[in-house]
Design a binder for this molecule. Sequence first.
Ligand code: DAH
Length: 341
Amino acid sequence: MENRLKKMADAARSALRGASDLEELEETRIEYLGRSGILRELQQGIRDVAEELRPRVGKLINRTRQELEKIVEERRRELEEQQVYERAEENRIDVTLPGRSGYIAGRHPLMATLDDMLEIFLGLGYNIAEGPEVENYYYGFEALNYPPDHPAMDEQMTFYLGENTLLRSQTSTVQIRVMEQQKPPVRVVVPGRCFRRDTVDATHSHTFHQLEGLCVDEGITMADLKGTLIAFGRGMFGEDTRVRFRPDFFPFTEPSAEFAVSCFACRGEGENCRVCKNSGWIELGGAGMVDPNVLANVGYDTERYTGFAFGVGIERFTMNRHGIPDMRLLYSGDMRMLRQF
Ligand code: DAH
Protein backbone atom coordinates (compact mmCIF):
# COMPACT_ATOMS: atom_id res chain seq x y z
CA MET A 1 0.00 0.00 0.00
CA GLU A 2 2.69 2.43 0.96
CA ASN A 3 4.56 1.59 -2.20
CA ARG A 4 1.55 2.15 -4.36
CA LEU A 5 0.99 5.41 -2.60
CA LYS A 6 4.56 6.53 -3.22
CA LYS A 7 4.41 5.54 -6.87
CA MET A 8 1.13 7.32 -7.28
CA ALA A 9 2.57 10.41 -5.57
CA ASP A 10 5.59 10.41 -7.88
CA ALA A 11 3.39 10.10 -10.94
CA ALA A 12 1.07 12.83 -9.66
CA ARG A 13 3.94 15.18 -8.88
CA SER A 14 5.45 14.95 -12.31
CA ALA A 15 2.07 15.11 -14.05
CA LEU A 16 1.06 18.21 -12.09
CA ARG A 17 4.38 19.94 -12.53
CA GLY A 18 4.39 19.06 -16.21
CA ALA A 19 0.89 20.41 -16.90
CA SER A 20 1.41 22.80 -19.79
CA ASP A 21 -1.68 24.91 -19.27
CA LEU A 22 -4.39 25.61 -16.72
CA GLU A 23 -6.82 23.25 -18.37
CA GLU A 24 -4.42 20.34 -18.27
CA LEU A 25 -3.56 21.14 -14.67
CA GLU A 26 -7.21 21.03 -13.69
CA GLU A 27 -7.75 17.72 -15.49
CA THR A 28 -4.73 16.23 -13.76
CA ARG A 29 -5.86 17.58 -10.40
CA ILE A 30 -9.26 15.90 -10.83
CA GLU A 31 -7.58 12.67 -11.93
CA TYR A 32 -5.53 12.42 -8.74
CA LEU A 33 -7.21 14.56 -6.12
CA GLY A 34 -10.81 14.67 -7.33
CA ARG A 35 -13.76 13.16 -5.51
CA SER A 36 -13.38 9.89 -7.37
CA GLY A 37 -9.71 10.35 -8.10
CA ILE A 38 -6.82 7.98 -7.61
CA LEU A 39 -5.97 9.22 -4.12
CA ARG A 40 -9.53 8.69 -2.99
CA GLU A 41 -9.41 5.17 -4.38
CA LEU A 42 -6.23 4.47 -2.39
CA GLN A 43 -7.87 5.93 0.66
CA GLN A 44 -10.74 3.54 0.28
CA GLY A 45 -8.23 0.70 -0.03
CA ILE A 46 -7.15 1.37 3.57
CA ARG A 47 -9.75 -1.18 4.62
CA ASP A 48 -7.40 -3.89 3.35
CA VAL A 49 -4.48 -2.60 5.36
CA ALA A 50 -3.56 -4.27 8.64
CA GLU A 51 -5.23 -2.43 11.48
CA GLU A 52 -2.06 -1.37 13.28
CA LEU A 53 -0.72 0.15 10.10
CA ARG A 54 -3.84 2.13 9.27
CA PRO A 55 -3.06 5.32 11.29
CA ARG A 56 0.34 5.55 9.64
CA VAL A 57 -1.03 4.96 6.16
CA GLY A 58 -3.88 7.38 6.87
CA LYS A 59 -1.41 10.08 7.87
CA LEU A 60 0.71 9.38 4.84
CA ILE A 61 -2.32 9.74 2.57
CA ASN A 62 -3.25 13.05 4.18
CA ARG A 63 0.26 14.38 3.87
CA THR A 64 0.42 13.29 0.27
CA ARG A 65 -2.88 15.05 -0.44
CA GLN A 66 -1.61 18.24 1.20
CA GLU A 67 1.63 18.08 -0.66
CA LEU A 68 -0.07 17.50 -4.01
CA GLU A 69 -2.55 20.29 -3.38
CA LYS A 70 0.32 22.60 -2.72
CA ILE A 71 1.93 21.58 -5.99
CA VAL A 72 -1.37 22.28 -7.79
CA GLU A 73 -1.42 25.79 -6.32
CA GLU A 74 2.18 26.48 -7.21
CA ARG A 75 1.74 25.26 -10.74
CA ARG A 76 -1.49 27.22 -11.12
CA ARG A 77 0.25 30.40 -10.12
CA GLU A 78 3.08 29.74 -12.53
CA LEU A 79 0.73 29.03 -15.39
CA GLU A 80 -1.39 32.09 -14.67
CA GLU A 81 1.64 34.29 -14.71
CA GLN A 82 2.81 32.72 -17.91
CA GLN A 83 -0.62 33.40 -19.44
CA VAL A 84 -0.36 37.09 -18.59
CA TYR A 85 2.97 37.26 -20.38
CA GLU A 86 1.67 35.36 -23.36
CA ARG A 87 -1.33 37.67 -23.71
CA ALA A 88 0.90 40.72 -23.40
CA GLU A 89 3.13 39.26 -26.07
CA GLU A 90 0.16 38.68 -28.38
CA ASN A 91 -0.99 42.27 -27.96
CA ARG A 92 2.43 43.71 -28.17
CA ILE A 93 2.55 47.09 -29.85
CA ASP A 94 5.29 47.61 -32.35
CA VAL A 95 6.45 51.07 -31.38
CA THR A 96 8.78 51.18 -34.37
CA LEU A 97 5.88 51.19 -36.89
CA PRO A 98 5.40 54.58 -38.52
CA GLY A 99 2.31 56.28 -37.04
CA ARG A 100 -0.89 57.11 -38.87
CA SER A 101 -0.97 60.87 -38.69
CA GLY A 102 -4.17 62.53 -37.48
CA TYR A 103 -6.25 64.68 -39.81
CA ILE A 104 -6.33 68.32 -38.82
CA ALA A 105 -9.50 70.03 -39.95
CA GLY A 106 -9.20 73.11 -42.10
CA ARG A 107 -11.41 76.08 -42.73
CA HIS A 108 -14.31 75.32 -45.07
CA PRO A 109 -13.56 76.95 -48.45
CA LEU A 110 -16.72 79.07 -48.20
CA MET A 111 -15.74 80.44 -44.81
CA ALA A 112 -12.11 80.87 -45.86
CA THR A 113 -13.27 82.99 -48.81
CA LEU A 114 -15.53 85.01 -46.57
CA ASP A 115 -12.66 85.54 -44.12
CA ASP A 116 -10.42 86.81 -46.92
CA MET A 117 -13.10 89.27 -47.98
CA LEU A 118 -13.73 90.46 -44.44
CA GLU A 119 -10.07 91.05 -43.88
CA ILE A 120 -9.90 93.48 -46.80
CA PHE A 121 -12.85 95.50 -45.52
CA LEU A 122 -11.53 95.51 -41.96
CA GLY A 123 -8.38 97.01 -43.44
CA LEU A 124 -10.52 99.74 -45.07
CA GLY A 125 -12.00 100.66 -41.70
CA TYR A 126 -15.27 98.75 -41.92
CA ASN A 127 -16.98 97.06 -38.96
CA ILE A 128 -18.67 93.68 -39.12
CA ALA A 129 -22.42 93.57 -38.41
CA GLU A 130 -24.91 90.73 -38.35
CA GLY A 131 -28.68 90.44 -38.47
CA PRO A 132 -31.42 87.83 -38.11
CA GLU A 133 -32.10 85.20 -40.77
CA VAL A 134 -35.78 85.24 -39.90
CA GLU A 135 -37.19 88.61 -40.87
CA ASN A 136 -40.53 90.33 -41.31
CA TYR A 137 -42.00 92.05 -44.31
CA TYR A 138 -40.82 95.51 -43.23
CA TYR A 139 -37.09 94.67 -43.06
CA GLY A 140 -37.28 92.12 -45.86
CA PHE A 141 -38.89 94.41 -48.43
CA GLU A 142 -40.77 97.50 -47.39
CA ALA A 143 -37.92 99.44 -45.79
CA LEU A 144 -35.71 98.48 -48.75
CA ASN A 145 -38.05 100.41 -51.04
CA TYR A 146 -39.71 97.43 -52.72
CA PRO A 147 -43.07 98.37 -54.20
CA PRO A 148 -45.93 96.30 -52.70
CA ASP A 149 -46.31 94.18 -55.84
CA HIS A 150 -42.64 93.38 -56.44
CA PRO A 151 -42.08 89.84 -57.77
CA ALA A 152 -39.26 89.16 -55.26
CA MET A 153 -41.92 88.95 -52.55
CA ASP A 154 -43.71 86.26 -54.47
CA GLU A 155 -44.01 82.93 -52.70
CA GLN A 156 -42.17 81.53 -55.67
CA MET A 157 -39.07 83.45 -54.57
CA THR A 158 -39.22 83.83 -50.81
CA PHE A 159 -39.76 81.31 -48.01
CA TYR A 160 -42.58 82.44 -45.75
CA LEU A 161 -42.84 81.15 -42.20
CA GLY A 162 -46.06 83.04 -41.56
CA GLU A 163 -48.15 85.91 -42.89
CA ASN A 164 -45.50 88.47 -41.99
CA THR A 165 -42.51 86.25 -41.26
CA LEU A 166 -40.00 85.14 -43.84
CA LEU A 167 -36.44 83.94 -44.33
CA ARG A 168 -34.35 86.81 -45.64
CA SER A 169 -33.53 86.46 -49.32
CA GLN A 170 -30.56 88.85 -49.15
CA THR A 171 -28.32 90.39 -46.51
CA SER A 172 -29.50 93.85 -47.61
CA THR A 173 -32.12 93.55 -44.81
CA VAL A 174 -29.32 94.19 -42.32
CA GLN A 175 -28.64 97.62 -43.87
CA ILE A 176 -31.90 98.79 -42.32
CA ARG A 177 -31.17 97.24 -38.93
CA VAL A 178 -27.71 98.79 -38.79
CA MET A 179 -28.91 102.26 -39.77
CA GLU A 180 -31.73 102.13 -37.23
CA GLN A 181 -29.14 101.55 -34.54
CA GLN A 182 -26.48 103.94 -35.67
CA LYS A 183 -26.06 107.53 -36.94
CA PRO A 184 -23.74 108.24 -39.88
CA PRO A 185 -20.92 107.75 -40.60
CA VAL A 186 -21.70 104.07 -41.21
CA ARG A 187 -19.20 101.61 -42.61
CA VAL A 188 -20.22 97.98 -42.18
CA VAL A 189 -19.89 94.66 -43.92
CA VAL A 190 -22.47 91.98 -43.15
CA PRO A 191 -21.74 88.31 -43.81
CA GLY A 192 -24.71 85.98 -43.67
CA ARG A 193 -26.91 83.18 -44.91
CA CYS A 194 -29.77 83.90 -47.28
CA PHE A 195 -32.62 81.78 -48.54
CA ARG A 196 -34.55 81.61 -51.79
CA ARG A 197 -36.95 79.16 -53.29
CA ASP A 198 -34.47 78.04 -55.91
CA THR A 199 -34.39 74.49 -57.14
CA VAL A 200 -31.10 72.93 -56.10
CA ASP A 201 -28.71 72.19 -58.96
CA ALA A 202 -25.02 72.63 -59.81
CA THR A 203 -25.26 76.43 -59.67
CA HIS A 204 -28.25 77.08 -57.36
CA SER A 205 -29.07 76.47 -53.74
CA HIS A 206 -32.02 77.41 -51.53
CA THR A 207 -29.48 78.45 -48.88
CA PHE A 208 -26.46 80.53 -49.79
CA HIS A 209 -24.15 83.22 -48.43
CA GLN A 210 -23.65 86.88 -49.16
CA LEU A 211 -21.41 89.64 -47.99
CA GLU A 212 -23.20 92.96 -47.82
CA GLY A 213 -21.44 96.31 -47.60
CA LEU A 214 -22.85 99.69 -46.61
CA CYS A 215 -21.19 103.07 -46.35
CA VAL A 216 -23.13 106.24 -45.49
CA ASP A 217 -21.61 109.63 -44.76
CA GLU A 218 -21.57 113.20 -45.98
CA GLY A 219 -20.38 113.59 -49.54
CA ILE A 220 -20.25 109.90 -50.52
CA THR A 221 -20.42 109.46 -54.30
CA MET A 222 -20.36 106.72 -56.88
CA ALA A 223 -16.62 107.33 -57.21
CA ASP A 224 -16.22 106.11 -53.61
CA LEU A 225 -18.18 102.97 -54.48
CA LYS A 226 -15.96 102.31 -57.46
CA GLY A 227 -12.79 103.00 -55.52
CA THR A 228 -13.89 100.69 -52.73
CA LEU A 229 -14.76 97.81 -55.03
CA ILE A 230 -11.51 98.29 -56.96
CA ALA A 231 -9.61 98.09 -53.66
CA PHE A 232 -11.61 94.96 -52.85
CA GLY A 233 -10.92 93.38 -56.25
CA ARG A 234 -7.19 94.14 -56.01
CA GLY A 235 -7.01 92.88 -52.45
CA MET A 236 -8.57 89.60 -53.50
CA PHE A 237 -6.89 89.04 -56.87
CA GLY A 238 -3.84 91.23 -57.18
CA GLU A 239 -2.89 94.73 -58.23
CA ASP A 240 -3.56 94.32 -61.96
CA THR A 241 -7.22 93.45 -61.36
CA ARG A 242 -9.80 95.58 -63.18
CA VAL A 243 -13.38 96.13 -62.12
CA ARG A 244 -16.33 96.42 -64.49
CA PHE A 245 -19.65 98.12 -63.69
CA ARG A 246 -22.77 97.65 -65.78
CA PRO A 247 -26.18 99.22 -65.25
CA ASP A 248 -28.61 97.10 -63.27
CA PHE A 249 -31.64 97.63 -61.09
CA PHE A 250 -32.28 97.10 -57.38
CA PRO A 251 -35.15 98.77 -55.52
CA PHE A 252 -32.87 99.98 -52.72
CA THR A 253 -30.19 101.63 -54.87
CA GLU A 254 -30.30 104.36 -57.49
CA PRO A 255 -28.37 104.19 -59.69
CA SER A 256 -27.64 100.47 -59.49
CA ALA A 257 -24.90 98.39 -61.03
CA GLU A 258 -23.69 94.86 -61.29
CA PHE A 259 -19.97 94.50 -60.89
CA ALA A 260 -17.40 92.03 -62.10
CA VAL A 261 -13.64 91.67 -61.77
CA SER A 262 -11.20 90.72 -64.50
CA CYS A 263 -10.64 86.95 -64.39
CA PHE A 264 -7.82 86.02 -62.01
CA ALA A 265 -7.01 82.89 -64.03
CA CYS A 266 -6.52 84.38 -67.53
CA ARG A 267 -5.92 87.94 -66.25
CA GLY A 268 -8.89 89.07 -68.28
CA GLU A 269 -7.66 87.61 -71.59
CA GLY A 270 -10.69 85.33 -71.84
CA GLU A 271 -9.03 82.86 -74.16
CA ASN A 272 -9.49 79.17 -73.46
CA CYS A 273 -10.33 80.01 -69.87
CA ARG A 274 -12.55 77.61 -68.01
CA VAL A 275 -12.77 79.86 -64.96
CA CYS A 276 -14.49 82.79 -66.70
CA LYS A 277 -15.85 80.74 -69.60
CA ASN A 278 -13.83 82.85 -72.04
CA SER A 279 -15.53 86.11 -71.03
CA GLY A 280 -12.53 87.55 -69.19
CA TRP A 281 -14.79 88.63 -66.31
CA ILE A 282 -16.09 87.11 -63.10
CA GLU A 283 -19.40 88.45 -61.83
CA LEU A 284 -19.25 89.20 -58.13
CA GLY A 285 -22.51 90.96 -57.26
CA GLY A 286 -24.69 94.04 -57.22
CA ALA A 287 -24.06 97.56 -55.98
CA GLY A 288 -25.31 101.10 -56.15
CA MET A 289 -25.99 104.38 -54.40
CA VAL A 290 -28.40 103.90 -51.52
CA ASP A 291 -31.84 105.14 -52.60
CA PRO A 292 -32.81 108.27 -50.62
CA ASN A 293 -36.12 106.55 -49.79
CA VAL A 294 -34.16 103.92 -47.86
CA LEU A 295 -32.21 106.58 -45.95
CA ALA A 296 -35.48 108.36 -45.18
CA ASN A 297 -37.02 105.11 -43.88
CA VAL A 298 -34.40 104.99 -41.12
CA GLY A 299 -34.72 108.72 -40.36
CA TYR A 300 -31.48 109.90 -41.97
CA ASP A 301 -31.32 113.43 -43.37
CA THR A 302 -31.23 112.76 -47.12
CA GLU A 303 -30.05 116.29 -47.88
CA ARG A 304 -26.98 115.76 -45.81
CA TYR A 305 -26.10 112.09 -46.24
CA THR A 306 -25.53 109.82 -49.19
CA GLY A 307 -24.24 106.29 -49.28
CA PHE A 308 -23.34 103.28 -51.35
CA ALA A 309 -24.03 99.61 -50.86
CA PHE A 310 -23.01 96.35 -52.45
CA GLY A 311 -23.67 92.65 -52.12
CA VAL A 312 -21.32 89.82 -53.07
CA GLY A 313 -22.29 86.17 -53.51
CA ILE A 314 -19.85 83.88 -51.72
CA GLU A 315 -20.72 80.53 -53.29
CA ARG A 316 -20.20 81.21 -56.98
CA PHE A 317 -17.03 83.06 -56.25
CA THR A 318 -15.65 80.26 -54.07
CA MET A 319 -16.43 77.80 -56.86
CA ASN A 320 -14.65 80.01 -59.35
CA ARG A 321 -11.67 80.42 -57.17
CA HIS A 322 -11.11 76.71 -56.53
CA GLY A 323 -12.56 75.21 -59.70
CA ILE A 324 -15.41 73.52 -57.80
CA PRO A 325 -17.82 72.37 -60.50
CA ASP A 326 -20.98 71.83 -58.44
CA MET A 327 -22.41 74.05 -55.69
CA ARG A 328 -23.79 71.02 -53.85
CA LEU A 329 -20.22 69.97 -53.04
CA LEU A 330 -19.98 73.02 -50.78
CA TYR A 331 -22.73 71.68 -48.50
CA SER A 332 -22.23 67.93 -48.76
CA GLY A 333 -19.63 67.57 -46.01
CA ASP A 334 -17.94 65.05 -48.30
CA MET A 335 -14.46 64.48 -46.88
CA ARG A 336 -13.03 63.74 -50.31
CA MET A 337 -13.77 67.37 -51.16
CA LEU A 338 -13.06 68.95 -47.78
CA ARG A 339 -9.67 67.26 -47.38
CA GLN A 340 -8.42 69.25 -50.36
CA PHE A 341 -8.58 72.47 -48.34
N1 DAH B 1 -29.11 92.11 -52.47
C1 DAH B 1 -28.76 91.98 -53.86
C2 DAH B 1 -28.99 90.56 -54.31
O1 DAH B 1 -29.17 89.70 -53.51
C3 DAH B 1 -27.32 92.36 -54.07
C4 DAH B 1 -27.13 93.82 -53.83
C5 DAH B 1 -27.28 94.72 -54.88
C6 DAH B 1 -26.83 94.30 -52.60
C7 DAH B 1 -27.11 96.04 -54.71
C8 DAH B 1 -26.64 95.66 -52.41
C9 DAH B 1 -26.80 96.52 -53.48
O2 DAH B 1 -26.34 96.18 -51.23
O3 DAH B 1 -26.61 97.84 -53.27
O4 DAH B 1 -28.99 90.31 -55.50
